[in-house]
Each structure stands twice: as structure tokens, then as C-alpha cells.
Design a protein around this ligand. Structure first.
Ligand code: GTP
Ligand code: MG
Length: 244
């Protein structure tokens, strides 16, 4: 198969879509019948602060970053029901997967989506003003129902952030893997190769890991610049663990 036929993309069905019971609608819009794409991975994720920050790292420092983190973590749509704070993370694969899903999702801003692309998924989204303590509007939040990777580089970074290799059947993996031969532990934003009290074991000998993650961990061990941050590697292993 040619590389473009194996193209993969990450889709997140966000908390506002779940709250508004649009999950089935989104899944049918993206179905193989309509798009020619098929699933490679799926998981229900209770998004923690680390994962939210890593996913939206490019927006760090922007005024809408804090409300964006609250939104993706489900705090906005389920303030009184922590058990319902979830997103559905999906990997789709197939020819032109990234552009096909971006087209069905539509423009980022739901108002623009309604004007320019009525019928797209984000045309059903909402813009919410963010106010300070005095009630002045200081920013806005775009509740736009789904996320879809923007390009192949983002898709690779995002799929590796949300999915371990073993979450994806081996025949459907798009990126190289390796077998880990050491222990790696994480605690207080630090990497350890031996167990520390209260540390989390990220990897153990025999685990299948994204090759680039292992390269990043080895670079960090040797004081070299890693291809992705320790937080980006660790976030995936802490998904649904309820500890950071
Ligand atoms: P995603 O698929 O969610 O990544 O959207 P996108 O690729 O169309 O947009 P982008 O990655 O630039 O932004 C990620 C998210 O940040 C968007 O879905 C919006 O919720 C939010 N966002 C992006 N740009 C703005 C902005 O200018 N203002 C506000 N308020 N929110 C923004
Ligand atoms: Mg984006």
C-alpha cells in the first residue's frame, strides 16, 4: 500500500458532543460508508491536566488556553459529574484521512462553520464568552464538538500522545515500534530508571513502545535534546490512571 493510503488521523469527540448526545451523529458522519476510512483505535479517556496541556501545547500562553483546558477536561460540561468527564479518542486510517475528516469537521469557529459550511459537524458548535469576576468579557471559548488532526506531523504526534502501540492492532500501526529493555519510572516530572517511592512505572522490559518515545527517553537519560518532551511520553501512560 502507498503511504497516503495508510494515512492516519486522530479524532476526539469532545465533552460538548457527549453532553449533547451527538456521539452517534459524529460517528455516522465519519463512518466507513461515508468516508472510506476505517478505525484503527478507540478509547474512552478521562482527560487530566498533563494530557490536556500536551495535546494543546501549541496554544500555551494564549488567552484562550486556560478555558480550552477546562473544556477538554470536561469540567465545563460536567461540573457536578466528574464521572462523566470524558472524550472519545479515535484513530481513523485510509486514503486522505486527515483532509477528509477536517472537511467533515469544518472550520474551527462554529459561527464561521455555520456561515461557510452549513452541514459540517462544527456548524452545531457554540461560542461561549469568558467573563472576569466583574462580568467583563475577557475571552471566548469555542465549543466545536470534535478535534481532528491538521496535518501528518500533528497526526503522528497526537496519535502517539493518546495511544500506546498495543491500543492499535499491530497490522494497523503506522509508526515504528520497539521492545523496551529497561524500566522507566516517572515522578514529579522526572524520569528514573529505578523505582522511587510513589513513582509510576511507565515502561518495563518487554513492553512494546513507539520507537520515537524510546529514543526520547534515551536522549533524556544522556542529557541530549529529546525528539518529544518527557511529559508527552508520560501523559499517555498516565491516561485513566488517575494519578499524575
Ligand atoms: P482542533 O481540531 O480542536 O485542534 O481545532 P483546529 O485544528 O481547527 O484549531 P486549533 O488547533 O488552532 O485550535 C485548537 C482549539 O483551540 C480549537 O478547537 C478551539 O477550541 C480553540 N481555539 C483555536 N483558536 C482559537 C481562537 O482564536 N480563539 C478561541 N477562543 N479559541 C481558539
Ligand atoms: Mg488543531
Amino acid at each position: 500500500m502507498k503511504p497516503e493510503e495508510l494515512e492516519q488521523t486522530l479524532v476526539l469527540i469532545k465533552p460538548d458532543a457527549l453532553k449533547n448526545s451527538l456521539t452517534g451523529y459524529v460517528l455516522s458522519q465519519l463512518s466507513e460508508f461515508h468516508t472510506g476510512l476505517s478505525f484503527a483505535g478507540a478509547k474512552i479517556v478521562h482527560v487530566n491536566q498533563l494530557l490536556a496541556e500536551e495535546h494543546y501545547a501549541e496554544h500555551r500562553g494564549k488567552p484562550f488556553f486556560p478555558p480550552l483546558l477546562e473544556y477538554i477536561q470536561g469540567n465545563v460540561h460536567y461540573p457536578d459529574a466528574p464521572d462523566k468527564r470524558r472524550v472519545i479518542a479515535l484513530v481513523y486510517r485510509g486514503p486522505g484521512a486527515i483532509q477528509k475528516i477536517r472537511d467533515i469537521a469544518g472550520p474551527t469557529n462554529p459561527h464561521v462553520a455555520r456561515e461557510k459550511r452549513p452541514g459540517c459537524i462544527r456548524a452545531l458548535g457554540t461560542i461561549v464568552p469568558i467573563k472576569d469576576a466583574e462580568g467583563n468579557v475577557i475571552s471566548e471559548r469555542m465549543d466545536n464538538l470534535i478535534h481532528a488532526s491538521a496535518n501528518p506531523t500533528d497526526a503522528e504526534r497526537e496519535i502517539k500522545l493518546w495511544f500506546r502501540p498495543v491500543d492499535i492492532p499491530s497490522l494497523m500501526r503506522a509508526y515504528p515500534t520497539e521492545v523496551c529493555e529497561e524500566h522507566f519510572y516517572f515522578k514529579g516530572n522526572q524520569l528514573y530508571t529505578t523505582h522511587e517511592p510513589e513513582s509510576v512505572c511507565l515502561l518495563a522490559p518487554g513492553d512494546i513502545v513507539w520507537k520515537s518515545d524510546l529514543e526520547a527517553l534515551h536522549a533524556l537519560q544522556n542529557g541530549m535534546p529529546p525528539c518529544c518532551s518527557l511529559q508527552a511520553v508520560a501523559a499517555k501512560y498516565l491516561i485513566n490512571e488517575d494519578r499524575e
